[in-house]
Write a protein that binds this ligand. Sequence first.
Ligand code: XIL
Length: 329
Amino acid sequence: YTPSLCNLFAKNFYIGAAVTPFTIKQQEELITTHFNSITAENEMKFVSVHPSEDEYTFEKADTLMAFAKENDMHVRGHTLIWHNQTSDWIFENKDGSTPTRDQLLTRMKTHIHKVMGRYKGEIYAWDVVNEAISDKEDEFLRPSKWLEIIGEDFIAKAFEFAREADPHAQLFYNDYNEVNPIKRDKIFKLVQSLKEQGVPIDGIGLQGHWSIYGPSIDLIREAMKKYASLGVRLHVTELDLSVFDHEDKRTDLTKPTNEMLSLQTERYRDIFQLFLEHRTHLESVTFWGAADDYTWLDHFPVRGRKNWPFLFDENHLPKQSFHEIVKLQ
Ligand code: XIL
């Protein structure tokens, strides 16, 4: 007998999986048994839903919404304003000129209203702005067309448009490398300043693209504490634990080693233990996939290298890490 992962936790604590129209078929039973929330891995991103100015393509996103509805699952929206997977047309006028700040703000507003409006009341939280902070030590915001054309307040504006579009959705700032002290302090500063300006932001999303080697539990704890001190909610939005170190470029493994799996088990146990300590402000943990047969890490950062980052194996069977999490209850 295998207990259901999401049923181990309180009813208002969501365990999510990033899904695609393919995985909701391929992994249907696993996803509907163990998860009570989904996120579209790519299907709600700018380029997916708004490929040209007057064209919206919601078919795939709608398929995922229907799946959630059928199975009584919550949906986290990902993502409205990002530097990646964003259509070029928004940054370039038909005559080749660059849009003015006002033009781009209007396009941003239209996009946010259209996408959030379509799923109004059906998506409980949105990653409004994704990955706007720079990874470079001496740089605050990441250079992007949004920043270049609108200016630093593109972030505040995105949140304002989002609040208008669906006043009941929780609005998140989401980022990776989020427990690294230098980046953590920048994310903190950004969100603190948004709150001081009265910008409507409800939470910080910690992507959680971590590995079996790090970051340390202490660093994760410190970041969660620091973010929570701003009085915002926390979501872990894209959790996966790569079995490879950053330096490790091996491509020849066809299954994870026993050592990898036991490290992964320990890490998952410690991480979930920590999450449970933070139950008052941590309300949802979404994995960036569901089982080891499909993960974006099979193509990132090394193309075509298999990875095994989840609690369920390639046959959708629970791994030891799953059993350790069950024991925490
Ligand atoms: C990734 C998807 O998993 C891939 O399928 C796609 O090719 C690229 O994007 N941070 C994010 C996610 O916020 O949107 C990214 O998703 C992974 C990193």
